[in-house]
Design a protein around this ligand. Structure first.
Ligand code: CA
Length: 210
């Protein structure tokens, strides 16, 4: 189901992109026939999300809603994603560029980092893996209020930086999902069924899968 969610998201992005290019009315969801491909999914569950693509991941920059760390993860999971994990300077720089381009320089964003399970080590909440790349702001993490167990990021002097903070603050957030071979195969099947060419080349910039 998760993979189907991802493909639906990508398909909606494609539909929006294609209609925009052709100057037609913008559709906010696939047709009934498209939805039937995904079994129990209904149009009310179809998100029209604007995604960015880097490597084998796609990202949703959630600058419309705010919620605490857990609500942010809940929103991401509802849409077949998780809070973002940032594993390299290149990935961090990509998100920094997109946040800046969107004019979100004053916003705070939850990412998946936390030390809730063990106050002595930082992990990615969504994968359970130890964090190996850090991008702390100067003086952070400081656990200033003694309960700063989650990580938010924001633009500081034009650079995205991380800060530990309590998990109950209402912030924007970034979701991600990783493309798998099965997901790409499903997306190509939709392309075939829909008689729409270049769904991946035009609508979704996917990485080459080995
Ligand atoms: Ca802090």
């Amino acid at each position: 189901m998760k993979c189907q969610h991802q493909v639906v998201v990508a398909f909606v992005v494609f539909v929006l992109t294609l209609n925009h290019v052709q100057g037609e009315n913008i559709s906010l969801s696939p047709s009934t026939q498209d939805i039937e491909i995904f079994g129990n999914l209904t149009d009310k569950q179809i998100p029209a999300l604007n995604l960015y693509h880097f490597g084998q991941k796609s990202y949703y920059i959630g600058d419309v809603f705010k919620g605490n760390f857990f609500k942010a993860e809940q929103f991401c999971r509802f849409h077949g994603m998780n809070l973002v994990t940032i594993n390299s300077e290149e990935e961090n720089d990509f998100l920094e560029k997109k946040i800046t381009e969107r004019g979100d320089g004053l916003n705070h964003f939850w990412i998946s980092g936390t030390k809730l399970p063990d106050v002595n080590e930082w992990i990615w909440f969504t994968t359970g893996r130890h964090i190996t790349y850090f991008n702390w702001n100067s003086g952070e993490p400081n656990n200033a209020k003694k309960d700063e167990y989650c990580i938010e990021m924001r633009v500081v002097k034009r650079k995205v930086k991380w800060n530990d903070i309590d998990c109950w603050q209402d912030f924007n957030f970034i979701c991600e999902f990783t493309w798998t071979k099965d997901c790409i195969k499903l997306l190509k099947d939709i392309q075939h069924r829909s008689n729409i060419s270049n769904i991946i080349d035009v609508g979704v910039k996917l990485p080459e899968m080995n």
